[in-house]
Ligand binder design. Structure first.
Ligand code: NDP
Length: 328
């Protein structure tokens, strides 16, 4: 029998946490034959609600769930962690400046990075979901110098999935017919969903669509602003779809991308495609044997270049701001 994999979830009592934990425990994160132990990290005010969720997890009698531990201490939460899903973050509230937001999140992600550095397992893989996700990931990564930088990633898979769905709708294709779509840059309104290399049932997606105005004025803003549209419709931010994307991200990282396809992950740049080294930016990646690699050699047209650069510029500004705050 396999040893259980330790999965740590922060912000476990939040709404994404609630949608996420049951799927981890039922085997969707790592596989139907992989037992898991859950560690739930919450702030003190969130501990009681996390206990309630743990009671419900117990009541599911998931065969793969081998234990649940709840704590408000990152040193305990990340002890021996193999996978860490950093969901809890300080949300932007009305009137809050970006500097304040970055500083508040630095207070969360820096100690978590330090705890990961000191206590996590050697094979630790980190996914940051809590916003601003790319820069929160950068803060945690900088605080964990003994962990290979590439183990720190941020989520753009929800944007990727949203783009798949919008493109399928537009073309009448099924999402399973679409391959090689890319989200570039920051998980923010500047992100760039790129269909120029995508394929729909083997045909180039941009040629199938053949409508640059739809791309610029409809597709890109719809994908980038989908979160706001969901808040408007639902009265609460997306949670189940965000949790689903987090599951997809880790599952793909560990188990690989399908032959002839790739996915989107925000990862520390190696300088590819003109993205400054070290920035945590979204790229097209292929995953195999538990590792990812940036897809190389794609031709970037002017339409794409302008948009990738704009999103990367935003990431540089965020990096410079957290650097000025002494967080990295
Ligand atoms: P959610 O569970 O709804 O969201 C958590 C984070 O995910 C937010 O930063 C949110 O960003 C982000 N996020 C990323 N992508 C998406 C997406 N597509 N849709 C929605 N959210 C997205 O927040 P809750 O307030 O319900 O729960 C947060 C929990 O975290 C609370 O229980 C709180 O106590 C806890 N917390 C724990 C910490 C810790 O463990 N140290 C630290 C801070 C908080 P955005 O705000 O931009 O929507």
């Amino acid at each position: 029998t396999r040893t259980p994999v330790n999965v740590t979830v922060t912000g476990a009592a939040g709404q994404i946490g609630y949608a996420l934990l049951f799927r981890i425990a039922s085997g969707h994160l790592l596989g139907a034959d992989v037992p898991v132990k859950l560690r739930l990290l919450e702030i003190p005010q969130g501990l009681k609600a996390a206990e309630g969720t743990a009671m419900e997890l117990d009541d599911c009698a998931f065969p793969l769930l081998r234990g649940i531990e709840i704590t408000d201490d990152p040193n305990v939460a990340f002890d021996g962690a193999n996978v860490a899903l950093l969901v809890g973050a300080r949300p932007r509230t009305k009137g809050m400046e970006r500097g304040d937001l970055l500083e508040a999140n630095g207070g969360i992600f820096k100690p978590q990075g330090e705890a990961i550095n000191a206590h996590a397992a050697d094979d630790i893989r980190v996914l940051v979901v809590g916003n601003p996700a790319n820069t929160n990931a950068l803060i945690a990564q900088a605080a964990a110098p003994d962990v290979p930088a590439e183990r720190f990633t941020a989520m753009t898979r929800l944007d990727h999935n949203r783009a798949l769905s919008q493109l399928a709708k537009k073309t009448g294709a099924s999402v399973s017919d679409i391959r090689k779509l890319t989200i570039w840059g920051n998980h923010s309104a500047t992100q760039y969903p790129d269909i120029f290399h995508a394929e729909i049932a083997g045909k180039n997606a941009a040629e199938v669509v053949n409508d640059e105005q739809w791309l610029a004025d409809d597709f890109i803003p719809t994908v980038a602003k989908r979160g706001a549209a969901i808040i408007e419709a639902r009265g609460a931010s997306s949670a189940a779809s965000a949790a689903n994307a987090a599951i997809d991200h880790v599952h793909t990282w560990v188990n690989g991308t399908a032959e002839g396809d790739w996915t989107s992950m925000a990862i520390p740049s190696d300088g590819s495609y003109g993205v400054p080294e070290g920035l945590i930016s979204s790229f097209p990646v292929v995953c195999k044997d538990g590792k990812y690699e940036i897809v190389q050699g794609l031709e970037i047209n002017d339409f794409s270049r302008t948009r990738i650069d704009a999103s990367v510029d935003e990431l540089k500004e965020e990096r410079d701001a957290v650097r000025a705050l002494g967080l990295i």
